[in-house]
Ligand binder design. Structure first.
Ligand code: KG4
Ligand code: ZN
Length: 332
């Protein structure tokens, strides 16, 4: 059986095909980064219009890559939320139309569940149960995962998400959209320890996060150094990344201990960051446990993660109520 997945929740249009025997067999992606760059961030109306244009050619490309036609597809999965409403609708409507025309099921998928299980696309897969750290543009979540679909929230950000903190900090340093990858690049030339930013809420005995104060600390540093900002920018980027990475490490360690688990799965756009990956890998080595990440291209938004979860839902007979709906806000 094969499920074709469509992702269109923000600024990436992704299409992929997941085969229940072979796993992921095809995936294609179009990123809107260049289109939004001149505005300094995602313009929702432009995003929606572009998704409408891209989905059908990408579906064709994903099928052509593996010499399949729509007749070889058993279900269509789409990102039903959370995300930008117009962008979600663009993918959902095309998914619904395709499924209706082909007379096959249309499966709604939660975008964050897609991210959460993206490391399962790799050859070496984590064993359940595990603790998952989900760090994206809109979410920072620590979740105990018993099995697919059984998720217990054990911590979350009380203000900015990790990706949001990266993007806002990048803006303060004059790094163009998208901020996260640009800030990672800048930090490569930065020195550790020149700027010691706060590790927010680590004394709090829970697994929640807060990143608003960290962003304010960076703002203060940029103001203090407004006359020589160019010369300290890389050190600020490194200091920010270190503070973020250490905070995530402390909270992950706490969550793992609380759950009596030694497997950590890290997913979402921010998990592409090398310093964060290294730090969490090191944590798991020191705990004699194991860390799992998706390959970098599957950390950020993509169709593969949607096709994979679509297959899980399809095989479990969880096909929604047959109506095509989207949920801009949708807790996991
Ligand atoms: O998961 P994602 O692609 O979309 C959401 O569902 O939000 O995450 C996007 C976020 C953005 O905030 C982006 O700046 C951040 O992930 N990001 C990174 C890196 N690549 C993407 N942050 C730090 N380092 C990166 N290499
Ligand atoms: Zn995402």
């Amino acid at each position: 059986m094969r499920v074709l997945g469509i992702e269109s929740s923000c600024d990436e249009t992704g299409v992929a095909i997941y085969d229940d025997e072979k796993g992921l067999i095809s995936h294609v992606l179009h990123t809107q980064i260049a289109m939004h760059a001149e505005y300094g961030g995602v313009v929702p109306e432009l995003a929606s219009r572009d998704h409408i244009k891209r989905v059908v050619p990408l579906v064709r490309a994903a099928l052509d890559k593996v010499n399949l036609t729509l007749k070889d597809i058993d279900a269509i999965a789409y990102t039903a939320g959370p995300g930008l409403i117009g962008a979600l609708l663009a993918g959902a409507m095309e998914a619904g139309a395709l499924a209706y025309g082909l007379g096959i099921p249309c499966v709604p998928v939660h975008h964050m569940e897609g991210h959460l299980l993206a490391p399962m696309l790799e050859d070496e897969k984590p064993q359940y149960p595990f603790v998952a750290l989900l760090i994206s543009g809109g979410h920072t979540l620590l979740i105990k995962v018993e099995k697919p679909g059984k998720y217990e929230l054990i911590g979350q950000s009380v203000d900015d998400a990790a990706g949001e903190a990266f993007d806002k900090t990048a803006k303060l340093l004059g790094i163009p959209y998208p901020g996260g990858p640009g800030l990672e690049k800048l930090a490569e030339n930065g020195k550790v320890g020149v700027f010691n930013f706060p590790r927010p809420m680590i004394k709090n005995p829970n697994c929640d996060f807060s990143f608003a104060g960290l962003k304010t600390a960076v703002l203060n540093a940029t103001l203090e150094h407004k006359d020589d900002l160019e010369s300290v920018k890389a050190d600020i980027a490194k200091g920010f990344t270190e503070a973020m990475a250490e905070t995530l490490e402390i909270k992950c360690k706490r969550a793992l201990k609380q759950c009596h688990l030694k497997t950590l799965v890290v997913a979402g756009g921010v998990s592409a960051n090398k310093d964060i990956r290294n730090r969490l890998q090191h944590l798991m080595d020191s705990m004699h446990g194991k860390a799992f990440f998706a390959r970098r291209e599957f950390c950020t938004d993509n169709g593969a993660m949607i096709a994979q979860v679509g297959m899980l839902r399809f095989k479990a007979g969880q096909l929604g109520d047959g109506k095509i709906k989207v949920y801009p806000r949708w807790p996991l």
